[in-house]
Design a protein around this ligand. Structure first.
Ligand code: O7M
Length: 215
């Protein structure tokens, strides 16, 4: 995955033409496009194949299952062209290791630690450090940590060394890109603030500038 602007577009737009249009417009600015169930369910899994022809695609399926099911999901996503797949860490070491083994160097596996929404403080926050430690032991490439609570990015960074941190919660959820970068994030994930903007290119460029000046 490119590490240039350090900006990742969360493409949760469910209209196929709009989604493809925005991805095309910002593909030179963002380092990757993250897609999630809204787009897959509305348009279909061939969006992975289509988008991955021109940009790195992160499949944010937040996979949370037994190892055999993890293997089937991660394998299908990677075969369609995904550069990375996001999994939940609370499923435990066997499921996490299965995700890493299935991706087998063809794609990165990122594990969720603490989630960015207020509810993320209920169950994910108290277990985030343990999940980060487990993820390191299982060989994941990096972690998801909340831009809405930059101090928690710093706490995760202290556990994971130089593994990657991708941080959502900037823009619509109230977090700031600069604060997340200063706290230790490697990439910033932005969705609605870009894909719902009148001028997605201008907004993406502004986030890229915010990130660059915070480095
Ligand atoms: O910028 P938004 O709020 O419109 O979108 C944020 C995206 O990041 C959206 O696709 C969420 O599903 C995702 N996300 C969070 O917002 N919070 C989290 O804790 C985790 C994720 C995520 O990407 O997990 C992998």
């Amino acid at each position: 995955m490119r590490m240039d602007s350090k900006l990742i577009l969360a493409l949760d737009e469910t209209d196929k033409d709009k989604a493809l249009g925005i991805a095309k417009q910002v593909s030179g600015i963002v380092d990757a496009v993250k897609i999630n169930w809204p787009l897959i369910l509305a348009v279909g899994p061939e969006m992975i194949n289509e988008l991955s022809r021109t940009v790195d695609v992160i499949c944010d399926f937040k996979v949370a299952d037994i190892p055999n099911t993890v293997r089937l999901i991660v394998g299908n996503a990677v075969n369609r062209g995904a550069s990375a797949v996001i999994v939940h860490a609370f499923t435990g070491g066997d499921s996490l290791r299965q995700a890493v083994d299935t991706a087998a160097g063809r794609a990165s596996i990122f594990a969720v630690t603490e989630m960015s929404h207020p509810g993320g403080a209920e169950f994910t926050a108290p277990n985030a450090e343990a999940m980060a430690k487990l993820g390191v032991e299982c060989g994941v490439s990096g972690f998801i940590a909340p831009a809405t609570r930059p101090d928690r990015i710093t706490a995760i960074r202290a556990i994971i060394g130089d593994k990657l941190i991708l941080s959502p919660g900037v823009g619509a959820q109230g977090g700031a890109a600069a604060a997340a970068i200063e706290a230790g994030a490697d990439y910033i994930i932005v969705g609605r603030a870009i894909y719902q903007a009148k001028d997605p290119v201008a907004v993406a460029k502004k986030f890229a500038t915010d990130i660059r000046t915070a480095l």
